[in-house]
Design a protein around this ligand. Structure first.
Ligand code: NAD
Length: 348
């Protein structure tokens, strides 16, 4: 059980700067590997978690979401937006922060930035699924959409799944050049491509990570050969998809939490009878994963609250004995719990 705030007398806050220090201290690939294991460990405890589709407030420009869960001992939530038009204004498409609290007192025990942490946990989740579903010996990944998430995805697939080559494509060549530059010393072979069709050539894993508030067709059926694992993470909102329907008709589709993915995932294109497997079932053996080398597997990722819970718990554990946090005075702490007003007068 994490310490009580009163034992600490403050709530630890991990700012963007401290998240960066923490990741640099351990090395990003180690963080991605450990985070993958942390996310998987909680998927193996699936039944313990409170689960609900996230609360989404939609607007013309994007969405603001709250993602809560609890394992009975610890509660977490993430606040996250999704605004594809933000990059043109110089803002992130996805920005987030999150909180962990003890269930027995309701007191927060961690507040953290989660823009970086979401990119890390999304990559870790993709890698967790791919290490169970991708074809054996997968070495080449096509990365369609070279925005903020792209490098994290590539590095997680390298360090967890063992890919050695990434084939990049984005409608914006500057985005592709940015990823090629950022991954130049990563040990990955980077191939910049002029089209999605070119990028998927020879790939065993295809990651789609584009942002457009539309039912787009990033991948068409003819681009997807037998045995491919598709890691589709960009379509994560009602009215926002990346794959042509015909791909879904050929694929075995795996999801995080079916009630949420039916609303937000690629499968919103299909009717309610379209079969899906929740990924935790693959881990507990109650459902099959990849059946054979020719099967197309699809991870229809939308991001689920337990992944944020795992990421926040992971960061919380990493704080002990470090200065990767600030102490924030977030909780009123009067000498007599009932004398809140007296405390206010003291401060005056
Ligand atoms: P971003 O805006 O930084 O990057 C998106 C990139 O996609 C841009 O470079 C853009 O040029 C490119 N793009 C748009 N249309 C394209 C097309 N037709 N072909 C090729 N490239 C195209 O966004 P990001 O932070 O990298 O996030 C990407 C998507 O992933 C968003 O939709 C976001 O909501 C989603 N996301 C999902 C999860 C999850 O858990 N599933 C987590 C984080 C982000």
């Amino acid at each position: 059980m994490p310490p009580m705030p009163s034992e600490l007398a403050y709530v630890p806050f991990v700012s963007v700067e401290n998240m960066m220090r923490l990741v640099h201290h351990h090395g990003i690939e180690q963080v991605l590997r450990e985070l993958t294991d942390a996310v998987e460990a909680d998927y193996r405890r699936w039944a313990l978690f409170e689960k609900s589709p996230r609360l989404a407030s939609h607007s013309r420009e994007g969405v603001i979401e709250l993602m809560p869960t609890s394992d009975g001992e610890v509660f977490s939530f993430k606040y996250v937006n999704g605004h594809p038009s933000n990059t043109a204004k110089g803002f992130q498409t996805v920005a987030a922060f999150g909180l962990l609290a003890r269930v027995d007192t309701g007191y927060p025990i961690l507040l953290a930035e989660m823009t970086l942490l979401t990119a890390l946990r999304t990559a870790a989740t993709s890698a967790m699924v791919a290490r169970h579903l991708a074809p054996r010996g997968a070495r080449v990944m096509a990365m369609i959409g070279n925005g903020a998430q792209a490098e994290f995805q590539a590095l997680a697939m390298k360090s967890v799944v063992g890919i050695d080559t990434v084939r990049l494509y984005d409608i914006d060549p500057q985005a592709t050049a940015k990823v090629a530059r950022n991954l130049a010393d990563s040990g990955l072979t980077i191939v910049s491509c002029a089209s999605t069709q070119e990028a998927v050539e020879g790939a065993q894993i295809i990651t789609t990570c584009t942002a457009d508030k539309a039912c787009a067709t990033i991948l068409t059926d003819n681009m997807v050969g037998a045995g491919i694992h598709i890691n589709a993470i960009g379509g994560d909102c009602p009215g926002k998809t990346e794959l042509h329907q015909d791909i879904l008709k050929r694929a075995a589709t795996f999801v995080e939490f079916e009630p949420q993915t039916r609303i937000e995932g690629e499968i919103q294109q299909m009717d309610a009878s379209y079969p899906v497997t929740e990924f935790h079932q693959v881990l507990d053996g109650s459902a099959a994963g990849r059946r054979d080398a020719r099967q197309i597997t699809l991870f229809d990722s939308v991001g689920f609250a337990t992944e944020d819970f795992s990421a926040l718990r992971y960061i919380h554990c990493k704080l002990e004995g470090t200065d990767f946090f600030q102490k924030i005075d977030m909780l009123a702490d009067p000498d007599d719990p009932r004398d809140l007003f007296g405390m206010l007068q003291r401060a005056a």
